[in-house]
Design a protein around this ligand. Structure first.
Ligand code: ADP
Length: 316
């Protein structure tokens, strides 16, 4: 089990991580979600003993990151955000070097390397120079070096950043696979990523914890409000439409966006889930002579929830 105990980090006057406390169960895949600058990388660097906390500490499987840093390092595989690789080396020599640095015994070296090459799908590129590989394969090499000593905990900082959509799908499926037999902490600023891959999500903003829950529970927690989308033809006066909508009791315009090539606008309206505002919306808009094209209700997406949680926290 991993216990993060009131962890904080200041860079000069910037409080990057602010009294962060949470736990991770053994075997869990935990998503660490937050906008850029939220403090994700700083937290990961502290958990991996690369950066000393300003205050607080963490225990990784019973070992303290301050007092037992060697024991902690031995149990962690880490893929930093910029994935530092020796681009002049071939994949197999690089993995051999990584294994030696991590103290893999000589007689276990070949098995360890063959194992991660197989697990990370690197078979066809083992003899190739790392610098000549695609970004997707380079990321696999980064993950392979992180797990070459079979660590109990794998920490991945924004593992899909800069990859193309196909490579993203492959890396996510690799992470899911690796999560079957170890604990994984994965940081991301992309919601679908953590909701697809993780058992539980921790949301942080401005270095502080905003929410911890399963993707499903996070969605349920915010079910009290519902979203209605209203599409208005391009010929309509959007400012008037927004005023009419806002005047309906319990309705709040969240945003208005242009959609498609037809010039129509989509207005997103939030209301409490126990009142259906659709008929009132239709009546009022037609009375105001707004060219209404459609009205439909939508479940809150995780994206909406994320924005809500982060803004509510900011307002508080
Ligand atoms: P994230 O990984 O969520 O994008 P970071 O942990 O990188 O967030 O950064 C958190 C905050 O700390 C940001 O405001 C960032 O500008 C600041 N920060 C990060 N590293 C340093 C540093 N070495 N020196 C000063 N400020 C830093």
């Amino acid at each position: 089990m991993i216990r993060v105990l009131e962890l904080s980090k200041n860079y000069g006057i910037t409080r990057a991580v602010d009294n962060l406390a949470f736990t991770v169960e053994r075997g869990e895949v935990l998503g660490f979600l937050g906008p850029n600058g939220a403090g994700k990388t700083t937290t990961m660097k502290m958990l991996t003993c690369y950066l000393p906390p300003s205050s607080g500490t963490a225990e990784i499987f019973g070992f303290d990151i301050l007092k037992d840093s060697m024991e902690v390092r031995r149990r962690i595989g880490y893929l930093p955000e910029n994935n530092p690789l020796y681009t002049d080396m071939d994949v197999s020599s690089f993995l051999e070097l990584a294994a030696q640095l991590k103290g893999v015994k000589k007689d276990a070296l070949k098995n360890s390397i063959d194992g991660v090459v197989e697990r990370c799908g690197l078979g066809e590129v083992v003899r190739r120079k790392i610098g000549n590989l695609s970004k997707g394969f380079q990321q696999r090499v980064g993950i392979a070096q992180a797990i070459v000593n079979d660590p109990e905990l794998l920490i991945l900082d924004e593992p899909t950043i800069g990859l193309d959509p196909r490579q993203i799908i492959d890396i996510r499926s690799l992470i899911r696979d690796l999560g079957k037999d170890r604990t994984v902490i994965l940081s991301s600023h992309i919601l679908p990523e953590v909701s697809q891959v993780c058992d539980r999500i921790i949301i942080i903003n401005n270095g502080r914890l905003v929410a911890v829950d399963s993707p499903d529970n996070l969605r349920d927690r915010l079910k009290r409000s519902s979203m209605t989308r209203v599409r208005i033809a391009g010929s309509g006066d959007i400012a008037v439409a927004e005023r009419v909508i806002s005047a309906i009791e319990g309705a709040r315009v969240i945003r208005t966006g242009e959609t498609g090539g037809d010039g129509s606008a989509l207005v997103t309206v939030e209301s409490s889930s126990d009142s259906d505002i659709r008929s009132a919306l239709a009546r009022k808009l037609i009375e105001a002579d707004i060219p209404l094209l459609e009205i439909y209700s939508e479940e809150l997406s995780l994206e909406d929830i994320f924005i809500r949680l982060v803004t509510e926290e900011g307002e508080a």
